[in-house]
Design a protein around this ligand. Structure first.
Ligand SMILES: [Zn+2]
Length: 135
């Protein structure tokens, strides 16, 4: 496996020293050039299976933002969590088993943010988001 950002080899290792708190003993695939290149992806607990594609800091932040908007769809009570994931699958043209924010690249993160926002605004939900509050 090669880093999709810089082409360096990828190392399988503990998240110690990368995560602020690694009490869950998370394992990561990390770019060999870390921290100069900060691309990594965690694995499913107890396995060597990555949860998605490697991401750099910018993409991780974008996924967090997409997740905050997406979570509001079911937290605001407009759909169940199950329905929200079906909505996500349709939004990113994926199957339900592939419908995870952690799999998304930049384009689909922006789609999820844009469409979640539109959905909530159409229902008059006041969107308070850390990103917007600091902007
Ligand atoms: Zn890299």
């Amino acid at each position: 496996m090669r880093c999709p950002y810089c082409g360096a080899p990828v190392v399988f290792k503990s998240a110690d020293g990368i995560y602020r708190d690694n009490s869950n003993n998370t394992m990561l695939y990390v770019c060999a050039r870390y921290p100069a290149c900060d691309a990594y992806v965690r694995t499913h607990p107890g396995t060597t299976i990555p949860v998605g594609e490697m991401a750099n800091g910018q993409l991780r932040e974008l996924r967090r933002t997409a997740h905050r908007y997406f979570d509001q769809l079911h937290q605001a009570g407009y759909m169940s969590k199950k329905e929200a994931y079906r909505w996500l699958a349709a939004t990113i043209s994926a199957t339900l088993s592939q419908a995870h924010i952690g799999y998304l690249g930049e384009y689909y993160c922006r789609q999820v943010i844009f469409r979640s926002k539109a959905f909530l605004e159409a229902r008059g939900v006041c969107i308070m988001n850390r990103e917007e509050m600091s902007a």
